[in-house]
Design a protein around this ligand. Sequence first.
Ligand code: BEZ
Length: 254
Amino acid sequence: MRTQSWDAELYDTRHSFVAAYGAELLALLDARPGERVLDAGCGTGEHVAELRDRGVHAVGVDASPEMARRARERFPGVDVSVADLREPAEVPTPAGYDAVFSNAVLHWIPEARRVADALFAALRPGGRFVAELGGAGNIATIDTRARRLRAELSLDEPVSPWYFPTIAGYASVLEGAGFDVTGGWLFDRPTRLDGDDGLRTWIRGFAGHLLTGVGDTDAFLAELEERLRPSLYHDGTWWADYRRLRVTATRPAD
Ligand code: BEZ
């Protein structure tokens, strides 16, 4: 099993918008009491707990032991375990779920086809898949300006850990795994980063690759803030230029 390390407390206190935006996706999922739902990449467990409280048999998995631990601390009794979504054998109850839900996680796993295969296998025939992830063009302003600054400082091109597909690209991955794709939406969602240090906290927490090899990270981040301020600082706060890809799909009935 390959696990991933996360600062679960920082995620909850400074990046709680990740779970908050999932509410719309939960509405799209429309889980009914008694259904079995897998939250693929459940983070600190908010959605698993909410589904459970609505009478859904909700199970969460996350690649990060810290996230899973925090989920169990925050919501005693939630069914959350550590699993690598690329490994069908690690996803609990194969072929058993009525629905698989995933919010703001799948862009961290470039092996998209392996994940699609594992999630397809986790669903019962006729089961549904509802997911949101970063889509093509996500955080392009931050990424492009940081890369430009790195180039000016003769730093190398960092390898991106992210997968931000187009609608067509992701639909083809899902179809390759056997899904019927029933919906796809790509839309901008500028996302508020609280505090004057919001942008740098986000970069330190989520985009460490943009800082690799940088000697004085504070000076680098200060310069990056100056360059990004005209486009990403307004109404007294920082905004990340998020763009979301939302998809719905079903595993065909046998
Ligand atoms: C996102 O949710 O789109 C995202 C979060 C952290 C890093 C990159 C993208």
